[in-house]
Design a binder for this molecule. Sequence first.
Ligand code: PLP
Ligand code: ZN
Length: 392
Amino acid sequence: MNFLTHLECSVCGDRHSPHEIQTFCRSCGKALIARYDLKSARTAFPRSTLAGRLPSFWRYAELLPIEREENVVSLGERVTPIVPLSKLGEILGLPRLLMKDEGQLPTGSFKARGLAMAVSKAKELGVKAACIPSAGNAAGALAAYAARAGMEAFIFLPEDTPDINIKECLVCGARVELVRGNISDAAKLMNERKKSNPGWFDVSTLKEPYRLEGKKTMGYELAEQMNWQLPDVVVYPTGGGTGLIGMWKAFDEMEQIGWIGSKRPKMVSVQSTGCAPVVRAFNEKKTDSQFWENAETIASGLRVPKAFADHLILDAIYKSGGCAVAVSDEETIASVYEIAKTEGLFICPEGAAAFAALRHLLSNDAVAETDTVLVFNTAAGIKYPEIIKRPK
Ligand SMILES: Cc1ncc(COP(=O)(O)O)c(C=O)c1O
Ligand SMILES: [Zn+2]
């Protein structure tokens, strides 16, 4: 069914088998990347093959890691729409402003892509229980896909995670533990618990190789939707950074199989001023980031003090000629209201942060008025009712 050949370490290049359960590199501890026989795919998997396939990311099956179709765990995913935002674009002076609305995936966020892939592959390899530390949406997605797969899910969340994320885990039968602190503290507790539960498979961001493969489908999908012409700029709210790294990988794969040319969008990573390790590293021209102390932001998905694969995020930003920008929570909330009022779209704070960054990008000439700019709304705003205050 696919062209998967092996897993390769992103740093030392060590090869690992995709037919066994893998986490990160056994030699150096860094992230493993799925590799495919792209030479064969170039002849055997032309773009024309896609015609008539299901409108979901599973349409790229040959370049996804699942070997047998019966192992695919699906909740009815769809191709997420790219919505032109002409009114907001007029206000900002960006006539070609587009939003890819990931809130329309199962569980209301783009985390569905990565967890659909990780859970499907884990099922294929015989995993019976998975565990995750999460800022919220990844937990909800794991709980849902694990329930669908008949797998147990053990979830570790900061105690101030949005209520809905906790409830969506509970309703799917996952076991949830709340932790004082942030996602790094949740990960510490999970690692403690793992010692007495050796059967748990850890699906933390980039500590298993296949969430990345799910997230890369954002790149395939946007290219196909835009008739194989990539936008000039992609703006992406960044926590663990899987989506940004995944899209960058997708562009490379698509070029190698002849689906697109060599043009790449500038990749712009957006974080919160309350937790901006990637932005700080970018400003200091570093190739990896430092742990961000006392991380705090209402955009819970962006509260990741240090991404495991920060070197890959920064690499994609540098190679693309992009940049990294931080916005305040005030700007983020104002942006939630502005987009809802002008366009009728209630987006999540992480997506709103990405929109808030546009004003910064225009004022420092990182984006030109003539650019086609694609901004990711990574989840549905209705998952965050608490950020909207009722009038007294
Ligand atoms: C809604 C939302 N947007 C963005 C992010 C950050 O995504 P990534 O980890 O791919 O950088 C998250 C992560 O939790 C999220 O929930
Ligand atoms: Zn390695």
